[in-house]
Ligand binder design. Structure first.
Ligand code: 3BY
Ligand code: FES
Ligand code: FE
Length: 392
């Protein structure tokens, strides 16, 4: 199943891999490892984003070892074949007469930037619905001007659990109230709640949420951001959900108690209490965009029971560390939340690995877990020829 996940899910879908903010200057690159595949995502000399297979076209050496860096050109360490940042081959020593350099550029990997979020597909025939989905999402994300932000901090967390458990955990907030004291000081745990799901204990909190939500809807309308959520988590190859959520406490950001965490607001956002623009993208990412920062999450499988979760915090390019923000305050809530989620994932991995495990039913508010599973099954059915959609 792990090999199949790599082949079908990670090999044939659009994967969120990096942010443009990580590669601001020509020659800046990050590498992404997915199974046995290594991809270089690079800011090329034309300021565009290229994705190149990290395999030399001479005799197949890996070219780049570093997880990130900056180059003029890529030089293969083995026999020094040299490639431009767009992958074209410019130097190959002692090649035979008639050798056509133009036929031996690095293999280009399909890549898209969605408002500064870089997606890569390891298949030469990527799902065709990405551009349509991007068209829906762009108006929500463009005002944050993500491509122009700067990376304030990044963490890598290795979780001892299968990647699907990591994603299922992310797709519900039923565990938030009891499991995330830091997060719920800023975040209303009502994703996928309808009024009848609200228990008496959560009633007052829910009322506060509804009021904050209607305030936020007017703020969004005033800022020209599309209102309403879009949720197509299954039924298409590039499943997604976007929703503008109010925040609790001070309502400003993901500081403890909903406090702001950077003094410089990002992009075109002028309302400090602009809540949380929350994006979920199948199969491997989730995002939170606020007035003063963005925090983006990427999960990649490393082994059947190992998943690497990378979290990246972005702030205004002119925000100065120690003056406008400090990393501890910026990262406190999500670092604690990630760690708690890691605990849940690892505990569930141990439980479901027990030969006596029998699955139970989802709660109503676990809809998006079910959508994730449905999406996964649909994509497998499509791969094996029994799928009904035509969305590649
Ligand atoms: O980050 C998320 O989007 C999910 C849903 C609520 C909390 N959680 C970690
Ligand atoms: Fe790269 Fe020979 S393998 S130059
Ligand atoms: Fe959680």
């Amino acid at each position: 199943m792990y090999a199949l996940d790599l082949e079908v899910i990670f090999g044939r879908h659009w994967l969120f891999c990096a942010t443009e903010a990580e590669i601001p200057e020509p020659g800046d690159f990050v590498t992404v490892e997915v199974g046995s595949t290594s991809v270089i995502i690079v800011r090329d000399d034309d300021e565009g984003v290229s994705a190149l297979l990290n395999v030399c076209r001479h005799r197949g050496s890996r070219i780049v070892d570093d997880p990130c860096g900056a180059v003029g050109n890529f030089v293969c360490p083995y026999h020094q074949w040299t490639y431009r940042t767009d992958g074209s081959l410019i130097f190959a020593e002692s090649s035979q007469p008639g050798f056509d350099r133009s036929a031996f550029g690095l293999r280009r990997v399909p890549v898209r930037s969605l408002a500064g979020l870089v997606f890569v597909c390891l298949s030469d025939e990527p799902p065709v619905d990405f551009d349509e989905v991007a068209g829906v999402l762009e108006p929500y994300l463009a005002p944050y001007r993500l491509a122009g932000l700067k990376v304030a901090h990044q963490t890598d967390l290795m979780e001892a659990g299968n990647w699907k458990l990591v994603m299922e955990n992310n797709r519900e907030c039923l565990h938030c109230d009891a499991g995330h004291p830091e997060l719920t000081s800023a975040y209303f745990p009502f994703i996928q709640y309808s009024p009848e799901d609200v228990t008496p204990r959560l009633r007052a909190l829910y009322e506060r949420f509804l009021q904050a939500e209607s305030r936020l809807a007017s703020a969004g309308a005033a800022a020209g951001i599309p209102s309403g959520s879009h949720r197509e988590l299954d039924g298409r190859a590039s499943g997604y959900m976007i929703r503008h959520f109010p925040l609790d406490g001070d309502g400003a950001s993901f500081g403890m108690g909903g406090k702001p965490i950077s003094r410089k607001l990002v992009g075109e956002i002028t309302d400090p209490a602009f809540g949380d623009m929350s994006l979920h993208f199948q199969p491997n990412s989730w995002f939170h965009f606020c007035s003063d920062h963005a925090v983006v999450f990427r999960a990649l499988p490393v082994a059947p029971d190992r998943t690497l979760v990378r979290t990246t915090w972005l702030v205004h390019a002119d925000a100065v560390e120690g003056v406008d923000y400090d990393v501890d305050t910026l990262t406190e809530v999500w670092k604690a939340t990630n760690d708690e989620d890691r605990g849940f994932v690892e505990r569930q991995q141990r439980g479901v690995s027990d030969p006596g495990y029998l699955p139970g039913p989802y709660a109503t508010v676990e809809d998006d877990v079910e959508s994730f599973v449905t999406w996964y099954i649909q994509r497998m059915q499509y791969h094996f020829g029994g799928g009904r959609d035509h969305l590649g």
